[in-house]
Design a protein around this ligand. Structure first.
Ligand SMILES: Nc1ncnc2c1ncn2[C@@H]1O[C@H](COP(=O)(O)OP(=O)(O)O)[C@@H](O)[C@H]1O
Ligand SMILES: [Mg+2]
Length: 365
């Protein structure tokens, strides 16, 4: 698929901007703080209805403005779509999502029109960071592949919030303990599709990422593996098993006022030669593993949509040695790519289709 036009209004450092990116590679070059990442973030917002770097939508609204909007026009093999998102700074105003000129009720309806894979310096957190980072990686990947998964996550999280609220009520002597049975059952039922999808996805990502790791590292004596890890990782009947686990952990949960079992505690275990990477991997190994996971994400999204996603490379090429950079770029061939850098020289021997200069809220040729 191809992003053919991007329009921003009151988005971060941009009062107003229209971009018409060509097919192939577009390079955005500019100093730190110039507004390069803001552009990629705007595209991410159109893909998933949220930022890749903040969970607070209001951060993206230009200071001093009450609202911002981003619109993207996407050309696909058969169709042309226009998607957009509008955010409001006022408390309680919901974000608006547009698909082909109409507002849609659910964010899930946005997913799949424009799909992207973002490579960013924060990807090191995929390896070094907390389990939440890896769960988000899985959830974003699966949500972009199928909106049904996104709805399943939303449902699960809503039930989890209810259960946790009830635990607190009971602790204050107000809630009805019998109600917990109802929430336990619902939580267990909602967990099943999530666990099944995550397990299947983790297996596929593991196979693909392992091959990409070998390729980028340029040697194969370091064996990279990725496994799904969680209370239900090996469960053949997640709903039934979670219900049993919740019953066992109930007294504990009532003491802690939170739910200790379930897919909200899932993780991915990344290993080199069987050793968990989180604690011991070098920067270079962690960076390579993160790239391998992103490349696997491209493979999976390409298969799900039968079209390549848009690639967003934020400041990542300058961090790589020449060999890794060349092998990475070889894998990205023929996909529409938007990449940022502070110096053109740092991106190596690529031949961009457009080079755009970014500074203080403007983009110019
Ligand atoms: N909500 C906002 N309103 C106005 N300016 C913003 C907002 N958020 C960030 N900025 C500005 O955007 C710039 C950072 O942009 P960014 O895209 O992260 O830079 P870089 O080119 O280094 O990637 C900073 O100058 C910051 O002040
Ligand atoms: Mg940046």
């Amino acid at each position: 698929m191809r992003l053919t036009r991007l329009r921003l209004r009151q988005f971060r450092s941009y009062a107003q901007l229209t971009l018409v990116p060509p097919a192939g590679i577009t390079v955005f070059v500019g100093e730190n703080g110039a507004g390069k990442t803001n552009l990629l973030e705007a595209i991410h917002l159109c893909c998933l209805g949220r930022s890749h770097r903040t969970s607070n939508d209001r951060d993206m609204i230009r200071l001093g403005s009450g609202t911002c909007a981003v619109h993207a026009q996407v050309a696909r093999a058969q169709t042309m779509d226009e998607v957009g998102v509008r955010l409001f700074s006022a408390q309680g105003e919901r974000k608006l999502i547009y698909v082909n000129g109409k507002t849609v009720q659910r964010i899930g309806e946005l997913m799949g029109h424009l799909t992207c894979v973002m490579f960013s310096p924060e990807d090191l957190e995929l390896v070094k960071g907390a389990p939440l980072t890896r769960r988000n990686f899985l959830d974003m990947l699966l949500s972009q592949g199928q909106a049904a998964y996104f709805y399943a996550i939303q449902t699960y999280q809503a039930i989890l919030r209810h259960r946790n609220a009830l635990l607190k009520e009971i602790a204050r002597g107000r809630g009805d303990a019998a109600q917990l049975d109802v929430w336990d059952e619902q939580l267990a039922k909602a967990a099943a599709p999530i666990v099944n999808h995550r397990r299947e996805a983790a297996f596929a990502i593991g196979e693909l990422a392992s091959a990409h790791y070998d390729h980028i590292a340029g040697r194969s004596q370091e064996h990279f593996t990725l496994h799904y890890q969680g209370h239900l990782a090996d469960s053949l009947n997640p709903a039934e098993d979670l219900l049993a686990q919740l019953t066992v952990s109930r007294a504990d949960d009532l003491r802690r006022l939170s739910t200790s079992q379930g897919p909200h505690r899932d993780d991915l275990r990344l290993s080199l030669q069987g050793q968990e990477m989180r604690g011991f991997a070098s920067q270079g190994q962690a960076r390579t593993a993160a790239l391998a996971m992103r490349l696997a994400q491209i493979d999976i999204l390409t298969k799900a949509h039968e079209e390549t996603p848009l690639l967003l490379l934020d400041d990542v090429l300058s961090e790589l040695d020449e060999g890794r950079r060349a092998r990475l770029l070889a894998r990205l061939d023929r996909m529409q790519t938007l990449l940022t850098c502070t110096e053109l020289g740092s991106v190596g021997p690529i031949q961009p289709n457009a080079v755009l200069r970014v500074s203080a809220g403007t983009v110019s040729e």
